[in-house]
Design a protein around this ligand. Structure first.
Ligand SMILES: C[S@@+](CC[C@H](N)C(=O)[O-])C[C@H]1O[C@@H](n2cnc3c(N)ncnc32)[C@H](O)[C@@H]1O
Length: 285
């Protein structure tokens, strides 16, 4: 990666040299799969400057050392949050949930009612509104889904957002965009102006921390994977690897949903056939 351009001072005089930026970019690529071009340098500079000022760090190299120091997990998680966005919402890109309702869930519910296993994965789930949306659709179609072996998994690389997801508590306005049919009776939140996803939906989702650029730890396969607005941070070779890993971990006939600005590419495209907008079905040869 070659980075051009002059040295840029932080607001308070800390210098982010091209070399420093390159070190951060390489770190983010190696550990998170994030591809950062030189155009991201002003953004990285300004976000990191605030953090370094708070921690009273005067020399950028000191910060780099912390990323491998005793508090590395937290430092890495904070860096990731600075470099990515956790933006999400209930029923985001709603056409995917129509496909879930009309095409994906009916045969899966049949399978579950005959004693089969159903697994749906929200990969890169941020604070959890995507997996709870899946749970809301499932509950609406099958209120007694708990009787069957149906599970929804939500994972993200960032432990901070996974914790929020587990709590399922959000500002009340986050719930406003939920279509009438799926409106949920909220539990009171612990802070004013917040509400909590009801227990019967929360218990349908299991959460975990998982980095998509590392080998997946699963034994079984999935019937549907939502990985939306995550691969956008990866370069093409990394995206292709992740698509392939998803293809291998989907059952035949399983669905993959990706974000509106993402595209399928590489060897996985041979098997993941388009069946709708950013919607693919696994058809292994
Ligand atoms: C913009 S949010 C997308 C949330 C949700 N999928 C949606 O579309 O509403 C992107 C999420 O991807 C996560 N992410 C970034 N790199 C990742 C990686 N290598 N492995 C897993 N998650 C990652 C971020 O932590 C962030 O929560």
């Amino acid at each position: 990666m070659s980075i051009a351009g002059p040295i840029e001072p932080f607001d308070d005089g800390i210098i982010l040299s091209d070399q420093d930026f390159e070190a951060i970019a390489q770190f983010a690529y190696k550990h998170f799969g994030l591809a950062m071009s030189a155009s991201k340098k002003p953004l990285v500079s300004s976000r990191l400057s605030r953090k370094l000022r708070k921690q009273n760090i005067k020399v950028f190299k000191e910060y780099l050392k912390q990323l491998d120091g005793p508090n590395a997990d937290q430092e890495r998680s904070e860096l990731l949050s600075l470099l990515t966005t956790n933006v999400t919402q209930f029923f985001r890109e709603p056409h995917h949930f129509e496909t879930l309702r009309n095409d994906v869930l009916p045969p899966l519910l049949e399978k579950a009612k005959k004693g089969g296993r159903v697994r749906i994965w929200s990969a890169g789930c941020s604070i959890g509104q995507e997996p709870y949306t899946i749970a809301a659709v499932l509950h609406d179609m099958c209120p007694d889904a708990d009787r069957y072996d149906i599970k929804i998994l939500g994972t993200d690389i960032d432990p901070v957002v996974v914790k929020t997801a587990e709590q399922g508590q959000y500002p009340l306005e986050d719930f406003e965009g939920i279509p009438k049919q799926y409106k949920m009776k909220l539990e009171p939140g612990s802070k004013q102006g917040t509400g909590r996803v009801p227990q019967h939906l929360r218990q349908k989702v299991t959460y975990g921390v998982l980095n998509l650029i590392e080998p997946f730890p699963f034994k079984g396969k999935f019937d549907a994977i939502f990985c939306r607005n995550v691969a956008i941070y990866f370069d093409n070779p990394t995206q292709q690897k992740v698509w392939q890993a998803f293809q291998r971990t989907l059952n035949p006939g399983g669905y993959l949903f990706i974000g509106h600005s993402e595209r399928m590419s590489g060897p996985a495209a041979q098997h993941l056939k388009t069946v709708g907008i950013t919607t693919y079905v696994n058809t292994p040869g």
